[in-house]
Design a protein around this ligand. Structure first.
Ligand code: CA
Ligand code: CA
Length: 301
């Protein structure tokens, strides 16, 4: 029997064993979670000025990576392509000095050495940082993916539910004495006490998954989205839209509830497309096929 035939037979057998559920969800790309899409209410009236007014959209089916792209995953891209990140080409990148409480451009800070070459190397299972929006686009192109749209990000963070909880995992940062995300404890930027165990990034998945199965949606690193930053329709804020300013979502290890609280599901921020910092990364998305009629009930994730 040829190897190819053998593989096909195995695949048919597995399909039968799976109760003939050979629908789209079983085809989710590795490391990605299927979101069926549908009607969703974006934003809130109870957040910062840029989080409202809320509006309703039809989200199309998509896949989203379970966790932000890791240092190891990004290294595979660099090794395959020889790509140089913008931080590498500029020769410096954004680092926050927690001792003096200030941002500065650190010479030689890169995705491999996010706080500079004299500081520890980035660990493989941590989210990659020091990547610009442009770098994230290059990675996506190589991987055959794309960045999530901002509304997809919020839909996924909200577990596909318009009745949103404050955070992706629930209503409280600490549940049963355990932190649910890597954020800042103390008073940013003057004091920090690292109660959650991490002063900088944490391994992806360390704080568990939301109901949809995604990790790190709140805290750890801000995540680039596809969109240009703008105010929602009907928002009265005067803002001169700049196509170079791209949305980031989800907050980071530098977010203090009392100062930015960026790890709420509706929180929004932005940065310029060529900027890289030690607290911004990205996760990847992909279009998913439309569900076949009558197949709704079989979709579990
Ligand atoms: Ca922390
Ligand atoms: Ca995050």
């Amino acid at each position: 029997m040829s190897v190819r035939l053998y593989t096909v037979l195995i695949s048919i057998t597995l399909t039968l064993l799976a109760g003939c559920k050979s629908d789209e969800t079983s085809d989710a790309p590795e490391g990605m979670i299927f979101f069926r899409g549908g009607e969703f209410r974006v934003g809130t009236e109870e957040g910062e000025a840029n989080e409202g007014p809320p509006f309703t959209v039809q989200v199309k089916p998509f896949y989203l990576s379970k966790h932000p792209v890791t240092v190891a995953e990004f290294r595979a891209f660099i090794e395959a392509t020889g790509y140089k990140t913008e931080a590498e080409r500029f020769g410096n990148s954004g680092v926050f000095n927690v001792e003096i409480g200030e941002w500065y451009l650190a010479k030689g800070a890169t995705w491999e050495f996010p706080r500079g070459p004299d500081q520890p190397k980035a660990e493989d299972n941590h989210p990659v940082t020091q990547v610009s929006w442009n770098d994230a686009q290059a990675y996506c192109q190589w991987a055959g993916k794309r960045l999530p749209a901002e509304i997809e990000w919020e839909y996924a963070a909200s577990n596909s539910n318009s009745e949103k909880k404050l955070y992706s995992w629930g209503e409280r940062l600490v549940e049963d004495g355990e932190y649910k995300a890597n954020v800042w404890q103390g008073h940013f930027p003057d004091s920090v006490n690292v109660e959650d165990g991490f002063l900088y990034t944490s391994p992806v998945g360390h704080f568990g998954a939301n109901e949809a199965g995604l990790t790190d949606m709140g805290g750890n690193v801000w995540e680039w989205c596809e969109d240009t930053y703008r105010y929602y329709e009907g928002n009265k804020t005067i803002y001169d839209e700049d196509p170079n300013q791209k949305v980031i979502r989800g907050g980071s290890f530098l977010c203090d509830e009392k100062v930015c609280h960026g790890y709420r599901v509706t929180a929004r921020s932005f940065n310029s497309r060529e900027s890289a910092t030690m607290h911004m990364g990205f996760r990847i998305a992909q279009d998913a096929p439309q569900l076949r009629a009558g197949n709704e009930q079989e979709q579990t994730n």
